[in-house]
Design a binder for this molecule. Structure first.
Ligand code: NAP
Length: 438
């Protein structure tokens, strides 16, 4: 019987995710060997400071601060340091030395993924990154492999647990954004500096990755329109709720147009109204989910934990076993295809329904004047609801108008809102939010 091969695994980083990956590699060594066909030997763990406290007790002799030397002597490299440098250079060194690489570094992939993918292709090694989007949820491999015989038309993802927790908290308690953020920070769902999450940057990096795999074209962060949740108010949430919607921060990648009229891909992240019966509306707390529409498969939804050391480690180890199998069997790995060559479209080209909240004077003929402006700009109204408020002190009546439109272009909507603002009967435009799933 031939001897089982041993593959050296270098781990870069031993934080939230890295420590759990190291633990599983050691504790489940036998099962991992049986599944991959090779013994996966953790040859070392590179960190900044060997003496930092760790979540998991690990043999001290595994630790090093010399990541470069560790990488050069590995068959498989797991990068879980985060950030751009030195992660980028170490991954390139690993690839040039013929090692397969597993990473969870969405920031690096969104910024410089194409360089890394090209280098991996040239070297004939596998670069896998399932953990980079939606943590534990197996989503990239299903898009890349399982759906490779289909045509994806649209991807809608709740891919940032922090913002989903905040919006869910606002929806269930009526809290304002700042209070819900403070609660998320107290519970450890949001970082002390929450910018990357609440401004949508983290979701935008994941949107670029999802769009690239779904539409077989490399999209970068520059192709993603990005709007975070900092401007979503308790009033927006309450009036959306009253109209039967929930507000979610969605990462959206969708095909717009047809080959006859110049099609392209709109990749965007923004707060979005979803009907409360839409499957994504049921995604509560810090959970993630990705909803895919494909020509033949129809609608698919993937749901689970989008972050956390142990859940994310599950995705990393799945990639590692797959890369090890490839090294055992030989032959080129299965990488994504980039034969789509579809352009990324600017936000103006996107076509969606809108929710518009208006504070208007309660006068005869107001509704007709507003409806006329919508019609003039080619935006058709699906729902229009009016609620009358009386200010008890001044005894002045005003009306709150909630309008949901049929699909319209961003440009038509912007022109409509500008024209409506100019009417003397409009006190203010209280909300303009995009709607999906209607
Ligand atoms: P983390 O807790 O901050 O850990 C980072 C680790 O990398 C630490 O062990 C640190 O060493 C080490 N490190 C950082 N810079 C280094 C350098 N220049 N040289 C050597 N070692 C260095 O990070 P994490 O939360 O585990 O995340 C790791 C990666 O996974 C990131 O790319 C992140 O985006 C991605 N990810 C994380 C999650 C999650 O739930 N946390 C989910 C999906 C994807 P010291 O310990 O000595 O400081």
């Amino acid at each position: 019987m031939s001897e089982v091969r041993t593959l050296k695994v270098a781990l870069l980083g031993c934080g939230n995710v890295g420590a759990q990956v190291a633990r599983i590699l050691i504790d489940d060594a036998e099962a991992l060997a049986a599944r991959s066909g090779a013994r996966l030997e953790l040859s070392g763990i590179a960190v900044r400071n060997i003496d930092s406290p760790r979540d998991v007790e690990l043999p001290r002799e595994l630790f090093t601060t010399d990541a470069d030397t560790l990488v050069k002597d590995a068959d498989l490299v797991i990068e879980l340091m985060g950030g751009i440098e030195p992660a980028r250079s170490l991954i390139l060194t690993a690839i040039q030395n013929g090692a397969c690489v597993v990473t969870g570094n969405k920031a690096l992939l969104a910024q410089d993924g194409p360089t890394l993918y090209e280098e991996a292709d040239k070297a004939g090694v596998q670069l896998s990154y399932e953990a980079a989007v939606a943590g534990a949820i197996p989503i990239l491999r299903p898009i890349r492999d399982s759906l490779s015989g289909d045509r994806i038309t649209r991807v809608l993802g709740i891919v940032n647990g922090t913002t989903n927790f905040i919006l869910d908290q606002m929806d269930s308690t009526g809290a304002q954004f700042a209070d819900a953020l403070a609660e998320a920070q107290r519970l450890g769902y949001a970082e002390a500096d929450p910018t990357a999450d609440v401004e949508g940057h983290d979701a935008a990096a994941k949107a670029a990755i999802l769009a690239s795999l779904s539409f077989h074209t490399r999209f970068s962060l520059d192709d993603v329109y990005c709007e975070g949740i900092t401007k979503v108010s308790a009033e927006d949430i309450a009036s959306a709720k009253e109209a039967g919607f929930v507000i979610k921060l969605l990462a959206i990648a969708e095909k717009i147009g047809s080959s006859d009229n110049g099609s392209g891909i709109s990749v965007r992240v923004h707060p979005t109204l979803l009907p409360r019966e839409h499957p994504l509306a049921a995604v509560r707390g810090a959970f993630n989910a990705v909803f895919i529409e494909a020509e033949n498969a129809g609608e698919l939804m993937f749901y689970g934990q989008g972050a956390g050391g142990t859940p994310t480690a599950s995705a990393v180890l799945g990639d590692l076993v797959s890369a090890a199998r490839r090294l055992v069997l030989g032959g080129p790995g299965r990488t994504e295809t980039t034969t789509g060559h579809v352009p990324a479209l600017a936000i103006d080209a996107s076509n969606t329904s809108y929710y518009i909240g208006l504070d208007v004077a309660d006068q005869a003929g107001v509704l007709a004047r507003i409806a006329h402006i919508f019609a003039e700009n080619g935006v058709s109204i699906e729902i229009m609801r009016q609620t009358i408020h009386r200010d008890s002190a001044s005894n002045v009546e005003s009306a709150e108008l909630k309008i949901v439109t049929h699909r319209a272009s961003e440009a038509a909507l912007a022109a409509t809102v500008e024209a409506v603002k100019g009417l003397d009967v409009i006190n203010s435009v209280t909300s303009v939010l995009r709607v999906e799933g209607v």
